[in-house]
Design a protein. Structure first.
Length: 135
């Protein structure tokens, strides 16, 4: 079964629809590549997917280990390269609010973060920087 559909809607913009839920996302070409930059670019979505995957897998891992995470939020920075145009680097600053987390639990959560499915799916040439701040 298909996961999504993607339709070109003109002016360098696409609409992606998640088939199971019906939710949609717009993508737009970035300003530095002929677009208007009025929505996520495809490469923005890739970088953002990495952060979303890290947060989701950490939450799953915490639940299975009785770790109480109260909040998580990430700031994502994507760095592009040229010749060929591609994502060169994704840097994520993740703040995790989880009181009473031990050093061992932090180590486990960090390992989970670094081995999420998106992280393992990206090309090895894409540098992945992850800073996790536990509070």
């Amino acid at each position: 079964m298909a996961t999504s559909t993607v339709k070109y809607i003109g002016n360098l913009r696409c609409e992606a629809v998640h088939l199971a839920s019906g939710t949609s996302i717009l993508s737009d070409a970035p300003v530095d590549n002929h677009g208007k930059g009025e929505a996520f670019s495809p490469t923005d979505l890739t970088a953002t997917s990495l952060a979303s995957c890290i947060i989701t897998t950490m939450a799953i891992g915490a639940e299975g280990r009785d770790i109480s995470i109260r909040d998580m939020s990430a700031e994502v920075t994507k760095v592009m390269a040229s010749n060929p145009r591609r994502i060169a680097e994704i840097n994520i600053r993740l703040v995790v609010i989880a009181h009473g987390v031990t050093d061992q639990q932090k180590e486990i959560l960090t390992k989970i973060a670094n081995t999420c499915p998106v992280a393992l799916s990206l090309h090895p040439d894409v540098k992945q920087g992850l800073e996790i701040i536990f509070g």
